[in-house]
Design a protein. Structure first.
Length: 201
């Protein structure tokens, strides 16, 4: 059961691209007729990939619902283009060589277990994204990452530890908090082209 329609997904991706275009024009993005769901606080990630080839060019977002969704999309898109520390900022003349992908998130839910060895069986590949928090460190991987890299749930947990700057297997430590969330993912098939729902599995 989807929360967002295909039309709402298309709106989200177009808004992300518009936000980055407006950033280069020193213009504030002020969308009109914002759909009702986008006025509610929600988590979101914007991913920018090269085209063709789909190499990651930037990915930043807000896992928690701390601002209206439309505002979170605008900010995450601009941050993904300009502030992802793993990559140089996207240049304006690159916009016709990248595709935008927006992941609309559910509220993260902590996975509670009696034994850490239960974590892998509580993670559903192709459905769940993960957040790991431990002693001030935090790492997040979107659901599509596990399927794109053919990870099983144990590998997915290990790679989320690495994303947090921790060692693989950190999820077995006492005091580690692990959360899972789901995402509805919409992506351009080519720059400014058709936008489709992407099934992470």
């Amino acid at each position: 059961m989807y929360k967002y329609t295909d039309e709402e997904g298309i709106y989200a991706v177009k808004l992300a691209r518009t936000a980055v275009k407006d950033y280069f024009r020193n213009k504030k993005t002020s969308p009109e007729n914002v759909p009702e769901k986008f006025l509610r606080e929600s988590g979101v990630f914007t991913t920018i990939n090269s085209f063709p080839g789909k190499e990651l060019r930037g990915c930043i977002g807000f896992p928690e619902p701390i601002m209206p969704l439309y505002e979170a999309i605008i900010k995450s898109a601009v941050y993904a283009a300009t502030e992802d520390p793993r990559f140089p900022p996207v240049e304006e003349d690159e916009l016709d060589k990248v595709i935008f992908e927006v992941s609309l998130l559910t509220i993260p839910e902590r996975i509670l277990v009696e034994d850490p060895e239960e974590y892998p069986e509580r993670v559903e590949i192709g459905k769940d994204g993960l957040i790991i928090r431990y002693m001030g460190f935090s790492g997040l991987l979107l659901p599509q990452v596990a399927t794109e890299y053919s990870m099983d749930s144990l590998e997915f947990l290990d790679h989320t530890c690495l994303k947090a700057g921790l060692s693989p297997g950190c999820w077995r430590r006492k005091g580690v908090e692990i959360y899972k969330f789901q995402a509805e993912i919409f992506t351009e098939l080519e720059p400014e082209g058709k936008i489709e729902r992407m099934e992470p599995g």
